[in-house]
Design a protein around this ligand. Structure first.
Ligand SMILES: [Zn+2]
Length: 160
């Protein structure tokens, strides 16, 4: 089973044999479905499809993490390094061992904060290896993506 990722918005969903019937984020009236219809991918497909992440230090203790070539809406995460622990501000869809290792080498994560539904992306895949037991912020209650992936309740979010 795979965790399917919507190629339009970059959100990763819970494991299933087949892709979800639709992406609730792209089906929302404020979003759109691509001209070629709903399309899905997986992390495994992306990992063999030429994607990689680039780390760019904007200033000391503030590093941007983005995917090349650009994916979905071009999300980027920010790694904020502090003396009290690191925070990942937003997330990206594409993750691989190089990315996880690079974050661990910078001190790992204490918390993950998501500012908008489009940035949940693959946050639940990253939380396990990077910040086990950490809290993930929530926009508000409502739509769910991979909330039950790790067998305990996650904070849901809503587009409304
Ligand atoms: Zn979508």
């Amino acid at each position: 089973m795979d965790c399917w990722i919507c190629t339009t918005c970059g959100t990763q969903f819970a494991q299933s044999q087949t892709p979800p019937t639709g992406c609730p984020i792209c089906q929302d009236k404020r979003q759109y479905i691509g001209h070629e219809g709903q399309k899905w991918t997986t992390l495994a497909s992306m990992q063999t499809g030429g994607f990689h992440n680039v780390f760019k230090e904007y200033e000391p203790h503030l590093t941007g993490i983005g995917t090349e070539p650009s994916f979905a809406i071009g999300q980027r995460a920010l790694l904020v390094q502090t003396d009290q622990g690191n925070v990942l501000w937003d997330c990206i869809s594409y993750l691989d061992d190089d990315t996880l290792t690079a974050i661990q080498q910078r001190g790992g994560l204490k918390a993950i904060a998501i500012s908008h539904p489009h940035f949940y992306t693959s946050v639940f895949a990253s939380q396990g290896p990077l910040a086990p037991g950490s809290r993930i912020s929530s926009c508000s209650a409502g739509k769910r993506t991979r909330m039950s992936y790790f067998g305990r309740p996650w904070l849901p979010f809503s587009l409304s």
